[in-house]
Design a protein around this ligand. Structure first.
Ligand SMILES: NC(=O)c1ccc[n+]([C@@H]2O[C@H](COP(=O)([O-])OP(=O)(O)OC[C@H]3O[C@@H](n4cnc5c(N)ncnc54)[C@H](OP(=O)(O)O)[C@@H]3O)[C@@H](O)[C@H]2O)c1
Length: 170
């Protein structure tokens, strides 16, 4: 099993505002879908509630400290070790960590890969990724692997954006 962080952030490491993602990027959504399809995704309770439904064709895991939390079509985990136990049942699948902030922080030490979409804008975000972009360019920790897409602003993509893949060094 590979553990993948997947995140889109602005030039200030912003990822969200008012419990929503503050941009519309069709290419990023398409790539998110194709990478995560058939795999397991884990997200925080607020991100799940902001989407409002499980994402189809994947195992949806929602992290919450609420012991009695139940939602149709999702598996509930109360901490990281619950997520890892669930993953044992899906040994052939990879895990994609889909945010938000605390969820990224919790899984960063376990991550094999980081798919990061850099959005060319400074939004007034209220939620941020745990690390600034410069952290990923520290070759002792992360190695740039490839560019997954490079998308110019157009009618379906509000801002210029590019998704990069970093792999853990060692
Ligand atoms: N740009 C992106 O790539 C991206 C991706 C995802 C989300 N977002 C944005 O980020 C914002 C939401 O993120 P957020 O950080 O506010 O909230 P969040 O991480 O989605 O949810 C936070 C909640 O998740 C639960 N949780 C998180 N880590 C946990 C852990 N280690 N163990 C147990 N429970 C845990 C807790 O739920 P309980 O309170 O129920 O205990 C916590 O209050 C929204 O604006 C969303 O649109 C952006």
């Amino acid at each position: 099993m590979q553990t993948n962080i997947i995140v889109a952030m602005d030039q200030n490491s912003g990822i969200g505002k008012d419990n929503k993602i503050p941009w519309r990027l069709n290419e990023d959504m398409k790539t998110f879908k194709s990478l995560t399809k058939g795999n397991c995704i884990v997200m925080g309770r607020k991100t799940f509630e902001s989407i409002g439904r499980p994402l189809k064709n994947r195992i949806n895991i929602v992290l919450t400290e609420k012991k009695d939390y139940k939602q149709k079509g999702v598996l509930v985990a109360n901490d990281v070790s619950d997520v890892l136990n669930i993953m044992k049942e899906y040994g052939d699948k990879d895990l994609f960590v889909c945010g938000g902030s605390r969820v990224y922080r919790s899984f960063m030490p376990l991550a094999d890969n980081i798919y990061i979409t850099l959005v060319s804008i400074k939004c007034d975000c209220d939620t941020h990724f745990v690390y600034e972009q410069s952290y990923l360019w520290n070759e002792a920790k992360w190695k740039y692997d490839k560019t997954i897409f490079l998308q110019r602003k157009n009618e379906k993509n509000e801002y210029n954006s590019r998704m990069l893949l970093f792999k853990r060094a060692n």
